[in-house]
Design a protein around this ligand. Structure first.
Ligand code: 13P
Ligand code: 13P
Ligand code: MG
Ligand code: MG
Length: 380
């Protein structure tokens, strides 16, 4: 098929059962019902509804391109309908990510996060869908730099002729609402000099240098582009990654998550915790609202549809992706993540357990400083 397909993942937290844990199954079913209508009316081609922790993720395919009003409007309707149910059931934080009442044509800036990639389907199109809970988009910067820049992670950078050309990175400066495209391996050290600061810079997109391949990876960012000067987002972001045949192999893409890096988010969006790789089933936050979770699901994109392990003629939306982190191989990383998270918790309310002052989602500091103003004495 020569027409370009678009894969859109749009996600939001619109309420959960007993704390920031897990959406009610009825809310997920409501999203499925709305997306079935979306297929019937021709807005989208196919879909799959899943979740990580308390975030509902809508995977959709269509031929309308990135940022299409009808696709965003459909996702908006799904989240609004699920939020309405959540409110009726008095779920916790019902409607959390619905920041506006009126849809303006694009879901960006309204609460939900979106990662969309348009491409010409190759002979086989394997994709990995990462979904995170209790963390922020810049958490993907370390694993993505390992996947697309580090030959000790991705042997393909050394031995696959097309991957050997390197990749281009779109990097966002969230403090200044700016973006820049940089090229690896030539600018590797400059790229790392920026994205090592996860409070200010984040990788938004990675592109193959082979024009026939196009975009390799997109990260969802709901607040990155709109919040100059004050970045408050723990967006629970997704990252969609196309794999193989000139791109890193699936195994190369998954490998960096064996190291459970410390990422910002966790309890009250205000702590560092170790990124815990797990199945969707195991993604309920259970220890101090975490630790932050990362799930990885695999589908083939086949003729504009998601093809997992289900029969090709399975009912709409009934899909079985490969759930990569479900297996026992990842027990090692999970054990390390729990140990590192316990270690961090032992610092209590002290840094580096809590985030730096500009990054805290909750703080009493201005009030405390205000109260103490008259008692604060100058030291000679
Ligand atoms: P590709 O040629 O599709 O990238 O396959 C390589 C591979 O699968 C190595 O694991
Ligand atoms: P979520 O961003 O997943 O809703 O979690 C917020 C929180 O405060 C967890 O403690
Ligand atoms: Mg929540
Ligand atoms: Mg969440």
């Amino acid at each position: 098929m020569s027409q370009k397909v678009t894969v859109s993942v749009i996600k939001a937290d619109v309420g959960s059962v007993a704390g920031h844990s897990k959406p009610h199954p009825k809310m997920m079913r409501k999203c499925e019902e709305v997306l079935v209508e979306g297929v019937k009316s021709g807005v989208i081609n196919d879909f799959y509804v899943t979740r990580v922790g308390d975030d509902i993720n809508l995977f959709m395919t269509h031929y309308k391109g990135e940022n299409h009003k009808d696709v965003h409007s459909l996702a908006w309707t799904a989240f609004q309908s699920a939020a309405k149910l959540a409110k009726e059931m008095k779920m916790y934080a019902a409607g959390q990510d619905i920041l506006s009442d009126a849809f303006s044509g694009n879901i960006r800036g309204m609460g939900p996060g979106a990662a969309e990639v348009e491409f010409t389907e190759r002979g086989a199109e394997p994709m990995v869908f990462f979904m995170a809970d209790k963390t922020e988009p810049s958490s993907y910067s370390m694993p993505l730099s390992r996947i697309f820049m580090d030959p000790f992670t991705t042997t393909g950078l050394v031995i696959d002729p097309r991957a050997h050309e390197g990749f281009r990175f779109e990097i966002v400066d969230v403090m200044d609402s700016k973006k820049i495209v940089m090229s690896a391996p030539e600018e590797t050290y400059d790229i790392l000099s920026l994205i090592g600061d996860t409070t200010r810079y984040a990788i938004k997109r990675v592109m193959s240098k082979d024009k026939n391949i196009g975009t390799a990876c997109v990260v969802s960012t709901k607040k990155l582009n709109i919040c100059a000067g004050k970045y408050v987002g723990k967006d629970d972001p997704v990252a969609v990654v196309r794999c193989q045949s000139g791109l890193p192999a699936v195994g190369e893409v998954l490998q960096p998550f064996m190291f459970p890096a410390l990422v910002a988010g966790w309890m009250r969006g205000s702590h560092y915790g170790a990124w815990y790789p797990c199945s969707v089933e195991d993604s309920d936050p259970t220890y101090f609202d975490g630790p932050p979770r990362i799930c990885a699901l695999g589908f083939q994109i086949s003729n504009g549809r998601f093809q997992g392990l289900e029969d090709p003629d399975a009912p709409l939306g009934k899909k079985t992706p490969v759930d990569y982190f479900a297996g026992s191989v990842w027990d090692e990383a999970r054990r390390k993540a729990v140990r590192a998270s316990i270690y961090m918790r032992q610092h209590g309310p002290f840094m580096p357990s809590i985030l730096g002052p500009e990054e805290m989602e909750y703080t009493t500091r201005p009030a405390v400083l205000g109260k103490l103003k008259d008692r604060m004495e100058k030291i000679d």
